[in-house]
Structures are given as structure tokens and as C-alpha cells.
Design a protein around this ligand. Sequence first.
Ligand SMILES: *Cc1c(COP(=O)(O)O)cnc(C)c1O
Length: 466
Amino acid sequence: MAKNETLQDQLKRIPSVHKLLDTEMAKGLMDAFSWGKVLDSVREFLDELREDITAGARKAETFSPETFFRRVRSHLEVGRRRNLRRVINATGIVLHTNLGRAPLAEAAIDAVAEAAGYSNLELDLAGGKRGSRYAHVEGLLCRLTGAEAALAVNNNAAAVTLALSSFARDGEVVLSRGELVEIGGSFRIPEVIAHSGARLVEVGATNKTHIADYERAIGAATRVLMKVHPSNYRIVGFTGAPTRKSLVELAREHGLMVIEDLGSGALVDLTGYGLPYETTAMEVLEAGVDVLTFSGDKLLGGPQAGILLGKARYIDRMKKNQLLRALRIDKLSLAALEATLRLYEEPERLAEALPLLRMLTQDAEALQARARRVCAELAGLQGVTLEIEDGCGYAGGGALPDASIPTKLVAVRSERHAPDALAAALRAEEVPLIGRIADDAFVMDMRTVADAEVAVVVENLRRALA
Ligand SMILES: *Cc1c(COP(=O)(O)O)cnc(C)c1O
């Protein structure tokens, strides 16, 4: 401040809104953003400047229109970002619930785009009459699994709710104490049973349940013997549960149904791809289970959906349940589900066509090569070390919970950036990069990063480490 310059004089040196909006820089912004948004931002930043000058934190002389408009532009660009947008998953968890679970196959993405306009969602093209949305996937699901009938709904929670409310309302559901599962905090089997209007009868102990436990619990009000996949945990040690077959036999003797919530629901034998064993939908059907449910966006590798398979008479009853209207699958998910299921019709190409399986089956060399590319591109940054380390990844999504999958990590350590600050900066990018923090480093697992994403990973890191 010049010697006798008052605060008023300082504030007068700031250009007016009118003057700023009359510049070429402002006009450039108005080509890209609306006039109103540019005006609001210019006002907001000028107010901030006035406050800083009044507080003595800045001087009017330091005002530069170039810097000012650069900040306005970046503010407007950030404001235009969609809330829900793509991120780079460098967590190594292939089915990450917070990151949208399974990434869709290209064919599924195309199908979503096509169905976004008008479609034959509920039109029978052959007869020209009203059709059923469920018909688009029912035949496919039956062909792939050998089920008599099938139905797709909004998600697996909806599938379990529909099944229980159709067959156990006002009656009892018998379930082992070892299967009282909670998934992701909001899906708890006991509560889902209660919401379906049924009563839960717990049998057995946490680690062991015998067929006789089920038998003793059966009474006049019993409707369903239930089985739930303990998706996200394992009880190890002295454990035991009756086989699916013996449960089915017991149900037959008493004229009851068996409903199984399979959780992840694999449609192929994963051991054929060098992966850990996971119960397939076919196995469950072969054992004689009446209705089986699973998710579309876990090991199936498709969109959020719930799939019900089983005997035609039961599926038909669920199709007539009024609740289905509230639980129905939307057209975009249905399009993605059909396209995903069609990939299973060509098993020899599945591991390449389905991103989930492609990522899970990548070998160490491919992961190492990607890690080397990231390190090479970032070599020579001052005060930064990048190291390739061996690590463990997980399928996630409650699938294969105790099977850790060997993987390759890139660990980033910076003298000037703490790992959590680096992680925060990377989340603030236009395409956020999500990794983990371990051993005082920001860690990226190469299994869930696509080759096509390496350039963005490198750019983001370069900016965040600058
Ligand atoms: C994941 C899971 C659910 C919930 O499935 P959504 O598709 O997320 O609704 C229910 N039961 C089991 C056993 C699960 O693993």
C-alpha cells in the first residue's frame, strides 16, 4: 500500500465486473460456458479478492487478469464435471462395490447405448402385440443353466425379497445360524426375511448345522428351507453343513421348498480359468433346489441385476406377484444383461470378451509389463521413488473372499507428498485414480488398470507429484 493509500483506494484498484467481462479472456470463456455461469464465477472470485484485500492478506497490485481467468476457467470446468463419472480402479479389487462392481463388456455397453432410445422393451415384434420385458433374457438364462424358467429383477436383494414374499409370507423360513449373512452393511438376511413378511427360524450353530437340526425345526407353519452363500466370510476349522441334496430330500419329504441365495453366482466353472472354485448356478439346480437367486454384477460380470432360476411353476408365481412391478429391472440393465449373457454362449471367447474374467486371468508377465510402463514413464521425477512389488488382490463383491490372487503393485513414495495427500490429489483429478495406502506408500495394483488407462494414470501422477 502506498503511504497514505486507504483500504478504499486499494479496493478501487480492482477492476469492475463489467470491465472484466469485456475482455477477450471473458469472451473466450463465454464460448465454452453460459454467460450466467461466467458472470457468477467472476463475481465470486472478485468477492474473494476483496475479502483478501480487506483482511490484509493480499494487495490489489498483485491482481493479474490472466491468473484470475485461469482460476475462473478451472472452477467452471470442475463445476461441469458430472457427479457420477468414470474412475481408474487401481485397488486390485476387481468387483469393488464402491466403484460400481463389474465393469461391463464392450458388447454390453453397446447394447445399453442402443436401448437408451426407443426399443422393443415390451413389444412382441413377431405378433405386434404387447410383450414381456422378461422374455429378452429368460430363454438365454434357461439355455445357459438348464433351468426350467428364469426371471431378472433389479438386484439380488430384490430377487431374494420377491422369492420369500411369494413363497414364505406369513410362514416360517428355516435357515442355519452359519448363514445369517450381512452384505455391504445394508443387506442382512434376517431383515430381508422379516421384510418379506416371513418368520426366521434359526437352526444349528455358527460352525455346524446338521440335517436333524432342520428336521426338528419343521412345523405346520414352515414354508421354506433356505440356504445362503456366506459370500464375504468363511467359517474355518470344525465346520459342517448338510449337503444341498440332503436338504432338498428333507424338503420333499415335508412338501416344502428350498430357496438358495447364491450371492455371486458363477455361470462357469472358474477352476477352468485357473481361478479358485466357486459354486455354479448349474450345480445348485442339479441338486434340485427349487428357486435360486444371484447378482448380475458380481462373478457374472454384468450390470446390477438379480437373477432367479428355478421350476417353471415357481417362476410363474413370482411373475404374478404385484411386488415384481416395484422390483423390476430397467431397460438399460436388461440390455446389458442380455448382451453379457450372450457372451457366455461362446465360452472359448469369454475370457477375452468379459472384462471381469480378462482381469482375473491376467498372468504375472502382463501385470509386470504394465507396472514397468508406469515406472518408466515417470522415471526421473525429483524426490519420487517408484517400485514394483508383489502383492495380493481379491475378486471382491463377496466373491472368492478367502482367495487372494497374486498381483503386481506399483508403490509410489514422494519426499514432498504424504501418501494420503497424494491419494486425495489423485481423487480430485478429472478422471480420479483410486489406489490404496500401504507401508507409507501410495500403491496401485496393475490388475484392475487397463493398458488403455496407463496414459491417464501417468498424467494424473505427474500432476499430483508436481
Ligand atoms: C451380494 C449378495 C447379496 C446382495 O446382492 P445385490 O445384487 O447387491 O442386491 C445378497 N446375498 C448374497 C449372499 C450376496 O453375496
